[in-house]
Design a protein around this ligand. Structure first.
Ligand code: PEP
Length: 248
């Protein structure tokens, strides 16, 4: 039985004070539940939040990680740096990084690798744009995004990773994939991994992201291959985020 996981992606929102308040409210509202929960905060808030989540069930994550271990890469944050702040997770390949900051399948694979080398669990985001969906390219896009990582690090690296299926057309748009649309792609991803390693496919958490909210989370999480969610907008409000988490 796979453990479920709900992760908040705060993106570039909040202030130091609001971030710390949000975390305190989330911790205070956590009911007993066997599922994992994490927040991916802006880099500069990680040290403060790291202190607040110590000895709680709430885990900490970053929204990105450098594709190189160290050196002359101005503005980048390495996996080694993140690991100093008890970062359990790092998102890699979020569609906003791919769209606005030039991340490619290859650089995302390198980020994935860097995170794992420092014991950080990468949350690999994959997903198609609306145009790609309409041209029946959803599965081929997913194949390319997964293959870039598999070709660099091997299928075994998915033993300690999370995959987030995030249809680009559903992120921040209010348009959620239907339960069946999401399940179809999650099942496809699991089968794709199973073709190379059944044990990893059975174990890996594949979470859904794209306008998930308290009203639609239960239906999505009830699907066989959906193991939780990567939550953007709704994770900025403790009550909404907790409702989503408790609907697992
Ligand atoms: C995200 O940014 O990963 C995301 C899923 O955003 P939203 O929930 O706001 O669509």
């Amino acid at each position: 039985m796979r453990q479920s996981l709900v992760v908040g992606n705060w993106k570039m929102n909040g202030t130091r004070a609001s971030a710390e308040l949000l975390v305190k409210d989330i911790i205070a509202g956590l009911e007993s539940n066997n599922s994992g929960i994490a927040v991916c905060a802006p880099y500069v808030y990680l040290p403060g939040i790291g202190e607040l989540v110590k000895n709680t069930r709430l885990a900490l994550g970053a929204q990105n990680v450098a594709d190189k271990p160290s050196g002359a890469f101005t503005g980048e944050i390495s996996a080694a740096m993140l690991s100093e702040f008890d970062c359990k997770y790092a998102i890699v390949g979020h569609s906003e990084r791919r769209t606005y900051y030039g991340d490619t399948n290859e650089s995302v694979a390198a980020r994935f690798c860097q995170a794992q080398e420092k014991g950080i669990i990468p949350i690999l985001c994959v997903g198609e744009t609306l145009e790609q969906r309409e041209e029946d390219q959803t599965f081929s896009m997913i194949n390319e995004q997964l293959d870039a990582v598999i070709n660099l690090t091997g299928i075994a690296s998915f033993d300690n990773a999370v995959i987030a299926y995030e249809p680009v057309w559903a992120i921040g748009t209010g348009k959620t994939a239907t339960d069946e649309q999401a399940q179809e792609v999650h099942q496809y991803i699991r089968k794709y991994i199973a073709a190379q390693d059944q044990a990893i496919a059975d174990k890996i958490q594949i979470i859904y992201g794209g306008s998930a909210k308290p009203e639609n989370a239960k239906g999505l999480f009830a699907m066989l291959d959906i193991d939780g969610g990567l939550i953007g907008g709704a994770s900025l409000d403790a009550e909404s985020f907790l409702k989503i988490y408790h609907s697992i």
